[in-house]
Design a protein around this ligand. Sequence first.
Ligand SMILES: [Zn+2]
Length: 403
Amino acid sequence: MSIARKILLVVLDGVSDRPINGKTPLLMAKKPNLDSMASLGINGIMDPIAPGIRPGSDVAHLALLGYDPYKVYTGRGPIEAAGVGIHLKKGDVAFRCNFATRKDGIVIDRRAERISDTTELSKAIQEGVKLDTEFIFKRSTGHRAAMALRGDGLSSHVTASDPKHEGEPVRRVDALGPEAERTANLLNEFIEQAEKVLEDHPINIERKRSGKLPANTILIRGAGTVQKTETFSEKYGLKGAVIAATGLIIGIGKMYGLDYIETKGATGSVDSDVSAKVKNAINALNDHDFVLLNIKGADESGHDGLIEKKTQFIGKVDKALEPITCLKDTLVVVTADHSTPIAVRNHSADPVPVMIKGPGIRVDDVRTYDEISAATGGLNRIRSMDLMPILMDLIDHTKKFGE
Ligand SMILES: [Zn+2]
């Protein structure tokens, strides 16, 4: 068959790097499967957003899915809210929240001693707090939660109540302009009422009795207004799925209508079961046209500055990727959302390698999968936003421009 029908987009989060003594982790790692796919594919380098722009994982993934982050990204709140399963509507203002511990007005633990289950507390807040507008509050994992305000006259131009550091007072939410005054008032009212609900809740009474810190306040940050954007299937006419272990990527997927397929035993860390995720992705291709598989560990080692660990993780990923080397009539793309160089211990703007393998590909002379070789390949230098249009054309899913 000469035209691929399906797309597997493998994102090795933060995998690309800058050389240390002439070598990057990708250049050092043993990775026969990635190298063989590179030699059977077309390669290039890709600017996550644009040259010199250092991206977060969130905007980098939006661009990979072909959404212009400058148009659709308004903050982390909507992504977190979508991730916990809040069905957002255009105009909602959404936030990330933490259950935290407050004593005499001071935040003494931003995670309420890493409280693990807030199901009952979240329910009590949803039922007990009465606001002058509709709101949806939902727990996430651990101490995390998300909230959306819904109604007229809302704005995301508000400050956070989260002081970001322990030992500081809970901040009042302030409006950053007159249009946001109502929202700021609603949030301050929400916090005040939520604290009352939490203070006397049996779970907190029990926590105090057993010497644990109560989860007695909610910290709010990351305000963002929900935009009306096309879902992935509206935009491309494809049925998509996301396989990831981090809430952020899952949230982005859900926000655009990708089916989230959970992988048991796969966490965000280098210790996660990468093979299980890869198998899951291959299975998902049976009933999806597009699968985004995010593999997180390399980013983590980059942030920690651990070159050995990052290199070893690439070897582990390479083994796990073996089953995808024999996929038929599927475009396999292996790339990264951004670079997380060991020397920087954070994301950088360096372009990432990108490789596309499958039927109809103009195979180039690149023989190994790394930052340096990729730059000599047939894709040259593109931007993440270009990737989906290129893939759509390769699967013959684009309309002709002109006659
Ligand atoms: Zn990332």
